[in-house]
Design a protein around this ligand. Sequence first.
Ligand SMILES: Cc1cc2nc3c(=O)[nH]c(=O)nc-3n(C[C@H](O)[C@H](O)[C@H](O)COP(=O)(O)O)c2cc1C
Length: 369
Amino acid sequence: MDSHLFSKTKIESLDLANRIVIPPMCQYSAANGQATEWHLMHYGTLSLSGAGLLIVEATAVAPEGRISYADLGIWDDKSAFALSKVVDFIRLHSPIPLALQISHAGRKASTDLSWKSNNFIHPSAPNGWQTIAPSAIPLSTGGTIPRELTIPEIDQIVLQFVRAAQRAVAIGFNAIELHGAHGYLLSQFLSPITNKRKDAYGGSLENRMRLVLEVFDAVKAGIPSDVPVGIRISATDWIEGGWDLAQSIELAKLLEKRGCAYIHVSGGGVDGGLQRMPELRPGYQLPYAEAIKKAVRIPVIGVGLITVPQEAEDAISSGKADLIAVGRGFLYDPRWAWHAAAALGAKVAVPPQYSRCEPHTLKGLFCNE
Ligand SMILES: Cc1cc2nc3c(=O)[nH]c(=O)nc-3n(C[C@H](O)[C@H](O)[C@H](O)COP(=O)(O)O)c2cc1C
């Protein structure tokens, strides 16, 4: 029987060769927000992976919206130009659809590089800055106390997302993903744990969703209508009294009505000290994707500890998700999709330069790009 994972699909008008997604993964390798040779090498490799969609890492809409000082940015012409070189480089040899995740880290900004310490850098120390957030609440694990955003600053952030999306489209990205997950700024507004505002952006569910919906509407209206705009959310904070699946379903339905292209369903991250994660087993977040998929008709991407091709295949065939993102699996094995095609009896496109590596026992595995 034909593989479900390798069946063609579409995100709005964007054609995907299969349902394998490489999710955004920060590389902490930029210089002043600008992409470097590392990004050429890393994304060049992943662009030959045969995946159906490559989502480029969280890219900050403003300098203070970076997680660390080495995050990618797309807040000005210089950072956009540096990233355009990565897109152009990929396009020399790969037609893979490319999305850019645009992001603001809010209170989780101003950290050291993840492989060094993961610690916050004090605003007065080199490479540190004052963080901002819906409310002046630090993470329970400590770190900088963020400054509460004013309404004019919130309006400014909406504009920053729009400008970032416009730049991304101008340099050749095929889709935009809003980073509404993992306790970064948009997620901080959604969560009652981090959002204690008394104005129109806090309190009720409607108010906490306001910024995400404003950003979505403004980005959608600010770029050509044929460029899909999707969103990544944390389906739950895994904290009592926090953001949860029922609220995620409400948000997904509203976003669908407004023209959202897809919902990418992750989890957690609002406060590592308070969250109580379920047992980490393959596909542990898929039940959330499945519940959201039941509530909307737009594509849902499932993610989380999926490394075995059959697990991805089963998730699609059993209707838990429309697409499956494999993150660390692709860092470990950039040819994950080739090996998945081999395991599932499917075909995958490879560059002609590599066609001679097709195993004798698997003739017909490769189809030309
Ligand atoms: C090195 C690394 C960087 C990541 N950076 C991002 C990011 O920029 N944006 C995001 O939404 N998630 C990020 N994530 C989370 C992944 O996209 C993915 O959701 C997570 O790794 C779980 O999927 P996996 O088990 O297939 O790796 C990152 C994960 C890793 C390992």
